[in-house]
Design a protein around this ligand. Structure first.
Ligand code: SME
Length: 162
């Protein structure tokens, strides 16, 4: 495995995701530990896009519990159906929030976060086992391109959940 990511210097997100995906896949091919894999995925996304906060919350009983992340400290537990993360878990779908202030119940871990995307991750039996949460300092920073590409990246983690 190479520990250096090769990323194009461009604002074209499709191009960056295209370069990133096979490198993340290779990185995860060599790693069977879930925490190590999530840690490197959050770091790779940070390197590629420099978003404000990128991280994982794992389903543990009735809550989401903070996992590996890149960025400032964040709330460590989120209830089912609470905030953007808990809603994505309850609804079992990716949520794109263009303006976090307009999302009822948004949990503001940082005043710098303006928009957010949350992608649920399933385990091998199809249950939601975690979510990938990304916060941007820019309003309306995420769209279907991100939902699709981040969903593909999250799929790579699915075999690592028990
Ligand atoms: N904003 C999230 C909480 C997690 S932080 O953004 C890291 C939410 O509303 O669920």
């Amino acid at each position: 495995m190479s520990e250096t990511l090769q990323l194009p210097k461009t604002d074209d997100r499709v191009a960056v995701y295209s370069a990133l995906f096979p490198q993340v896949r290779d990185l995860l091919n060599d790693e069977h530990d879930l925490i190590a894999a999530m840690a490197n995925v959050s770091a790779a996304l940070r390197q590629a896009f420099n978003w404000h906060w990128i991280g994982f919350y794992r389903v543990m009983g009735a809550e989401l519990v903070l996992g590996p992340f890149q960025g400032p400290v964040a709330c460590s537990r989120i209830g089912h159906g609470k905030g953007v993360c808990g809603t994505a878990w309850a609804d079992e779908r990716t949520l794109i929030v263009a303006d976090v202030d307009k999302f009822p119940g948004h949990i503001a871990c940082s005043p710098l976060s303006k928009s957010e995307i949350v992608v649920p991750i399933r385990d091998r039996s199809g249950r939601i086992a975690a979510v990938l949460d990304i916060d941007s300092e820019r309003m309306d920073d995420f769209n279907e391109v991100d939902a699709h590409a981040l969903g593909r990246i999250c799929t790579l983690l699915e075999p690592l959940f028990e």
